[in-house]
Structures are given as structure tokens and as C-alpha cells.
Design a protein around this ligand. Sequence first.
Ligand code: ADP
Ligand code: MG
Length: 299
Amino acid sequence: AIPLVVAVSTSIAAKSGLLIRDRQAFERARNLQAIIFDKTGTLTEGRFGVTDIVSLSGEENETGENLKDSNERILSLAASLEASSEHPIATGILESAREKGVQTQAVEEFSSIPGKGVQGLVDGNKFLVVSPGYLEENGIALKNQKIEEIEAQGKTVVFLLEESKVLGAVALADIIRKESREAILKLKSMGIKCLMLTGDNRYVAAWVSKELELDDYFAEVLPHEKAEKVKEVQAEYITGMVGDGVNDAPALAQADVGIAIGAGTDVAIETADIVLVKNDPRDVVDIIGLSKKTYSKMY
Ligand code: ADP
Ligand code: MG
């Protein structure tokens, strides 16, 4: 039988938008020493807007109509490829193309490269939209001052490639959830280490980490490495993980307490021990408080 205080707490939790799916994990929550937050969609809203398009095809002195044409071509090709992806970056690029009335083209042999981007054929030619990490791994050199400036602003940059030739870059910006700062501040005041895990580039990660005064972060982490990072932190601390994406599911399962954002993917929600129905990271503080109250009454 479920002890009465636990049953009462579970229903109090449910009323405040905390769905407890695993009671043992809820009990462990009172002992948490570190919490790892996924960035996109968890600490940030996960709604990307396109801020810049940069042509990198090498044709210098592009001005006026030429520049507009090449930027539209970059957006059109990127949007065509992203039409089959559900990543927040894809949604941002598609929305921008729609707003600007840019047409998309049919894509054949689409596939996604997990944690790196997407690829497919347009008119029989291979195009990709990929992360800076993908360029590095494939020895595709790129030194560009404009890109460096954009990255320094904490924006997410993806590159449009035709085969291994870089045609251009699309920069996107996301918004830090306004509740994130307060959540981190409170957790830190409780002596809990606050960390961030993201597949996004190191500049964006550094920027968000600084804004939120996080204790540490891991950037450019591939989907299959996320659970491994949680394990590393667990070697030192009793660790919670808060995430929303398909990629976060193994990390949520690995953590001592796995917490999913309610607006997240079905996979994340099904894997999590606790679900934040209101999508509010401050509710992590409430979980720990409620867990402490509940179990200190029992023992
Ligand atoms: P996270 O959810 O931690 O932000 P992901 O693992 O989903 O990270 O993605 C990591 C990076 O891979 C993104 O920042 C982006 O550079 C690249 N990426 C992933 N999916 C796409 C996509 N559909 N289009 C372009 N880039 C993508
Ligand atoms: Mg995410």
C-alpha cells in the first residue's frame, strides 16, 4: 500500500502541475545534489527565429539584388531540406521561408543526421544543413569573420552545403525562458549544482551559461553521448536531469531523477519519472521541497 502522506503529496503535486510517475524517484528528489538541464526547449523556449543569412559561396562583392537572390536561394534550399525535420531549428527556418514568401522545392532521399543536421537531394544534387561540428569533423575549413561575430552573439548557426561546398549559413536565435533564471538561483541557494547539456555549439552554450550563472556546461554533445555525461556527473553527485527532446530520453532514464518538460516529445515524457505539466523549470524547486516535506514526515 502507498503510505498516506505519499498519496496526499502526489495529489498535491498533481494539483500544482507536477505529474509524479515514479514514486521512488520522487523520494530520491530530496537528496539531489546536481541537476543537469538540457538547453533547447528546457532552459530556453525552443522557438528559433532566423536572424541572419550569410552567403558563403565565394562570390565576393555581392550587392543589392544579387545578394537578395543568393540569400533567398539559401533560405529556399534550407527550408526544402528542413521540411521533413521536426527539430526546433527546422521549424524556425520553415517559418522564416513562409514569412518571406520563399518557395521550397521537392527533396528526395531525405535523411537526418542525429545531433548534426539533415540531408537530401534537390534536382538530383545533394544538399545538407548541418552544425559547425559537422564541418569540423569532415575537415571542411571555414574561416569567416561575419560568422564568428554572429556566433559570439550567442546565436545558433547552421550551414547549407552542396556536397562538401559551403553555400551559406543561417543564424537563429532562441529565447531563454524567463523562469529559468529564478529556478537556477533557488537551486543554487539550496546548494545544488546546476549544469547544462546541449548539442548546440560552444558559443551558444557559453552565452546561456553566463546569462543564467550556471556552475558548468557541456556543449556539442551528440545524442548518444548525453546519457554518458549524466553518468559522469553521477560519479560525484546524486543527479537529476531535466529535458524535453527525443534525444534526452536515454539521459532522463539514466539520471537518479528524470524530469520532462510537459510540452516536450512523447518519448521524453514516457521516459521521465516526473513531468512538469506547466513547462516551468521553477517547478523543479517545488519537487525537491515537496519530496523533503513528504519523506521527513515518514522517517
Ligand atoms: P539540442 O536539443 O541539445 O539543442 P540537438 O542534438 O537536437 O541539440 O542538435 C544539436 C545540433 O545539431 C544543433 O544545434 C544543430 O547545429 C544540429 N542540428 C540538429 N538537427 C538539425 C536540423 N534539423 N537542421 C539543422 N541542424 C540540426
Ligand atoms: Mg531540448
